[in-house]
Ligand binder design. Sequence first.
Ligand SMILES: C[S@@+](CC[C@H](N)C(=O)[O-])C[C@H]1O[C@@H](n2cnc3c(N)ncnc32)[C@H](O)[C@@H]1O
Length: 203
Amino acid sequence: MFLKKSLYPLLPKSYNFGKRRNTFRKTLKYLEERNAKVLVETGTARNGLNNTKSDGASTIVFAAWAAQNGAFLYSVDHDLQAIAMAKKEILKMELEDSVEFVNADSLPFLANFEQKIDFLYMDSFDYDKRDKTQQRLSQAHHLREFQAVKSKLHDNSLVLIDDCKLAGGGKGKLAIEYMREKGWDITINSYQCLLHKKVLSEV
Ligand SMILES: C[S@@+](CC[C@H](N)C(=O)[O-])C[C@H]1O[C@@H](n2cnc3c(N)ncnc32)[C@H](O)[C@@H]1O
């Protein structure tokens, strides 16, 4: 049993969320406090609940939370196989009323998204621990995702970025630099990085 690393009672005790467990837990608590309803993730849980420790199984985590909190998750992935794997688990857990899968490239999807977004999770273009070209492409893609979607975020929105504390700066390096220039602050600086919009005091 991995009770210490689990997201129990949201998901069964036997699932180990490793280095993401605490950030998931805290993020979900903030979402509850902010009454988040529209959740969007880029990069679907391509192994369902099988890779909770290595990939995160984010789709299942956010869909389970959405089902319990009257919210809804949109999960975009350009790989149909990734969607098929996540969908299988979602159906098994009877969470299908809380999530919509979109088989598309994340950039046009985000640019054309028509609702205000309360929570954005960015975890698409894979980051490589050694390959610097792949690192730069991943960082540029996550920056472009944020730029494509930023007008749909509001003062109470939260943005979580995966795979940040890695050699070369991780997936969020460029997106976080840009977000900070645009008035966002880091709430949690860990393997996953959570950001909120700075609350500006009235003058
Ligand atoms: C690291 S995995 C996502 C892991 C998932 N969030 C989890 O917690 O299990 C990255 C996913 O992003 C998808 N992806 C990569 N580039 C993409 C793009 N431009 N648009 C949409 N999906 C993309 C891949 O197909 C892959 O399934």
